[in-house]
Design a protein around this ligand. Structure first.
Ligand SMILES: [Zn+2]
Length: 338
């Protein structure tokens, strides 16, 4: 079998790898229907997060169960399943609290850009659909595995409620789907921060009512103009830089909510500014598993079409081009088919 392996900055290869097999009794092995390249894959790809050895890549996946271990009860061969980037038992206290991405037994799934994948704790990690879905729904179902689940968490963690004003910082796939999530939760006004025309169009399609292209302090000033000097009820930070985090906190009204789902790189908060900001902060690695059943239903019922974030589809052996296109911002998100 061949799969994506990162060797160093800008060097992804599609190479021979061991075929995944059942290792633990709770494992499943799935045949990937589609995988994709994540914005967070670009951090190691760009060398911002250095790697020490050739590293298999990919943590977004859906597919057909090929084989299960002797201790798997719920998941069956032949089922179409979706899982998240952290395998979770879905039974420990953190999981029961809805934070499966902090499962006490969590395992990162990091080799999904390949035709086959081993999934630990299959019963806890995977959600099966009733039937094998039509091919046309695969991109939207794949989106639930991470980008939509993460965008949904951004809106949920920021306590988005009907009638509110919401700001989304970041026009990557997660930010765009955070706008969609805020709309589903009933936000009245959704201000998307974006400088790129094709992404602005998609943000509007997903529910954004206003677009602000300024960023940093200027972006904050625009939000204040749009909210009569008060700030937004909820600000969804979907980037992970110092500038975007500060922009989020400073754009939020007193008593409002900031969520942060972009993996932070060099973000530092000043205690005094935080103290006087008077905002709620909640974020982290999205507990996508909590939302999967609901998000899968929304896709299968045709209510949402998050798969539109995939503006490039490639055969999996051209995975390197997927990384390049996203790195150069020629593509929002690249879908890979085996
Ligand atoms: Zn757990």
């Amino acid at each position: 079998m061949q799969g994506a392996i990162l060797y160093g900055p800008k060097d992804v290869r599609f190479e021979d790898r061991e075929v995944p097999r059942i290792v633990e009794a709770k494992d499943a092995v799935i045949r990937i229907s589609a995988a994709c390249v994540c914005g967070s894959d670009l951090w190691p790809y760009r060398g911002v997060e250095p790697i020490t050895q050739p590293t298999p890549m990919g943590h977004e996946y859906c597919g057909i169960v090929e084989e299960v271990g002797s201790d798997v009860r719920l998941v069956k061969p032949g089922q179409f399943v979706i899982g998240s980037f952290f395998a979770s038992d879905n039974t420990c206290q953190n999981c029961r609290a809805g934070y499966q991405s902090s499962c006490q037994h969590r395992e990162f799934i990091g080799s999904a850009q390949a035709p086959m994948l081993r999934v630990p704790m299959a019963d806890g990690t995977l959600v099966a659909t009733r039937e094998v879905p039509p091919d046309a729904l695969i991109p939207s179902l794949l989106a639930t595995s991470d980008v939509l689940g993460t965008g949904w968490f951004a809106a949920d963690a920021a306590n988005v409620k009907r009638g509110q004003t919401v700001v989304v910082i970041g026009d990557g796939a997660v930010g765009l789907l955070a706008a969609l999530s805020a709309r589903e939760m009933g936000a009245e006004r959704i201000i998307a921060m974006s400088r790129h025309a094709p992404r602005q169009r998609l943000a509007r399609e997903f529910g954004a009512t206003d677009i602000v292209s300024a960023r940093g302090d200027e972006g904050v000033a625009r939000i204040m103009d749009l909210t009569r000097g008060i700030g937004a009820d909820a600000v969804l930070e979907c980037v992970g830089t110092q500038e975007s985090m500060m922009q989020a906190i400073r754009s939020t009204r007193k008593g409002g909510y900031v969520s942060y789902v972009g993996v932070p790189h060099g973000v530092q908060l000043n205690g005094e500014e935080l103290f006087f900001a008077h905002v709620h902060l909640h974020g982290g690695p999205a507990p996508v598993r909590r939302y999967l059943p609901k998000l899968i239903d929304l896709v299968l019922s045709g209510k949402i079409n998050p798969g539109k974030v995939f503006d490039l589809t490639l055969p999996m052996n051209q995975v390197a081009e997927g990384y390049r296109a996203m790195d150069e911002r020629r593509a929002i998100k690249a879908l890979l088919r085996p």
